[in-house]
Ligand binder design. Sequence first.
Ligand code: PLP
Length: 378
Amino acid sequence: MRVYLDNAATTPLDPEVLEAMLPYMKQHFGNPSSIHSFGRETKAAIEQARKKVSGYFNVSPSEIFFTSGGTEANNTAIRCSIRDLGITHVITSPIEHHAVLHTVEELQKQGRIKLSLVSIDERGHVNLEHLEKLLSAHPHSLVSLMHANNEIGNLLPLKSVAQLCAKYDAIFHCDTVQTVGHFKIDLSDIPVHFISCAAHKFHGPKGAGFLYINRNVKINPFIYGGAQERNMRGGTENVYGIIGLAKALEMAYENLEAHKKHILSLKEYMAQSLTESIPGILFNGDCMGTSLYTVLNVSFPVTDFAEMLLFNLDIAGIAVSGGSACSSGSEEPSHVLKALGTDDARPSVRFSFSKFNKKEEVDFALEKLRELYSVKVS
Ligand SMILES: Cc1ncc(COP(=O)(O)O)c(C=O)c1O
């Protein structure tokens, strides 16, 4: 048996999404920029996908720009804001994804921006008072803060942060890669300038995503080339990726409550079972509070046999992600857990669930963990 509990890294493609994509890999192969009928049919399919996607966020189709995924979307928002919107100061947090952190650190190294990190509490929540202090000291900053943290599941109060940014004339980019498809996000009353998406986080294909750019933001292209994406992103479109993204989003949002209920029940069952069966279990971040329901980050007690926990779980057929160096044997501990001040002697494991996981799979993982910790359950 192999059990996949690493859905925050990526999710399996839904077979129905594949079905929707296949015609665009076979008969509908035209280049959307071609003016003949082959091109016109793929162009129409892309525009239909854009319309569908924009509807779920209550925005205009002209505000959705398809990208290769979350990293490109984040880079576009950050780099283009700095280049085109007169931004010289960026505010972000120490627990952002590397697609944001490494980008702003590079720009800082090049001397193009000054960087401030907003403080977070021991559970990973952004200190809003500190954010306001930074904003009032540096009006017209770029603020890049993630909606949900991919390691510990913390949620950002999106609307409050957006309103705070608006008060200080800041540009607000929110990395929503972990929440698109898992939470309904109505952008009609949230003054955010950019949000990012990657389809593979909600059973869509890899290499497809989008950047929402609010209509009032005027930036130049990130990738120069042809006139694709209304002159904003050159390059022949990933047609079947875009079709898959729209289908995956439709399936995610049309069944959101049922999926959420199922996933949350698995997460809660795992958390409760671990607490009851392995003494000394702790949870990292706010994953037992109001958080991203797909993620459970567990800090295990230190024992001889718990060393290389991830490796042992992998051998047992259970795929999860690590956090601390000692859980995986990797050199680098997670920058997120480090910023939280987590005890890095304890192995941390991120379990992340999807609609396809079953209770028996969680039981299998629990059994292996109890074996590793030599705990007998009566
Ligand atoms: C929060 C967050 N942002 C950005 C990314 C990058 O997305 P992609 O791998 O599609 O470029 C990820 C994916 O791991 C993520 O979890």
